[in-house]
Design a protein around this ligand. Structure first.
Ligand SMILES: [Zn+2]
Length: 106
């Protein structure tokens, strides 16, 4: 035992994200495809992490329960939400006027 704490910074590469739909409606679920640790050009090994309302519900990797993919994606989702929240808070009041779209010529 070396007693040395190995701080491995896992850099998770997200290939793409897509929103889950059921009967044409968004379910609130987001699937992120991430590169597996053994990903190479020849062996394009990926995992799909599913998030519901910012909570990782499943991952297609072999690990049961919690895994680094789920944890990393939850963290990333949280950061993304924080950024969006901040953007909304700092936006000018007349910055978003969606009502013009709803106005009907009647
Ligand atoms: Zn995983």
């Amino acid at each position: 035992m070396g007693g040395k704490k190995t701080t491995t910074t896992t850099v998770l590469v997200v290939l793409y994200r897509f929103a889950l739909k059921r009967n044409g409606t968004l379910t609130g679920g987001i699937v992120s495809r991430v590169c597996a640790g053994d990903w190479t050009q020849e062996n394009k090994h990926t995992y799909d992490v599913t998030l519901f309302c910012g909570k990782a519900t499943s991952c297609t990797c072999a690990a049961r329960g919690d895994c680094k993919h789920r944890r990393a994606m939850e963290e990333r989702e949280q950061t993304r939400r924080d950024v969006e929240q901040r953007k909304r808070e700092t936006a000018p009041l007349n910055g978003n006027a969606p009502f013009s779209l709803l106005r009907r010529a009647s």
